[in-house]
Ligand binder design. Structure first.
Ligand code: DQA
Length: 156
């Protein structure tokens, strides 16, 4: 499985529903910066880490699932903020496990710490199939996830 990481340097940074509303939605929880800023940050961090980062967002569960399939087919690692799909989408979990089963890292990220919020956010159906999970670090969590991906790709 480790050998499958070698030579794979592209990363899809996939954001689920309502994350296109960053900066407007619950700024006390998610901060005042928008998705365009997060996109630029991730692209910069990717460049620093030698990763080719593509930032994506959709409110459509089917689209997010299709990006998991795309990651498998093109051999890309994934940084995934599944947003509300985290808590109930077995369809997305089934797609995410295909990424890790293909030998590709999949880091789950949450801007907030869902465990410290409403009860329904305490369960993730994605965490059991993710390579790792980072929560509660704001946008910086994406940097940590990209560093984890770079580390996994380098040390595989
Ligand atoms: C989130 C946490 C989820 O519970 C929520 O539904 C989101 C964002 C986060 O980044 O903290 O939309 O994934």
């Amino acid at each position: 499985m480790a050998d499958a990481y070698k030579g794979r340097q592209t990363v899809l940074v996939v954001n689920g529903p309502n994350l296109g509303r960053l900066g407007v939605r619950d700024p006390e929880v998610y901060g005042r910066q928008d998705l365009a800023t997060l996109t630029r940050d991730c692209e910069d961090w990717g460049r620093q880490l030698g990763l080719d980062v593509q930032v994506l967002q959709s409110d459509d569960e089917g689209q997010v699932i299709r990006w998991m399939h795309q990651a498998v087919d093109q051999g890309s690692a994934v940084v995934l903020n599944p947003a509300a799909f985290t808590h109930y989408s077995y369809g997305l979990a089934d797609a995410a496990v295909q990424v890790t089963q293909a030998g590709l890292p999949l880091m789950e990220v949450h801007i907030s710490n869902p465990s410290s919020r409403e009860a329904f956010r305490r369960r993730s159906v994605i965490s059991p199939v993710a390579t790792g999970t980072i929560t509660g670090m704001g946008f910086y969590g994406y940097r940590l996830a990209l560093e984890a991906v770079a580390h996994l790709l380098e040390t595989a």
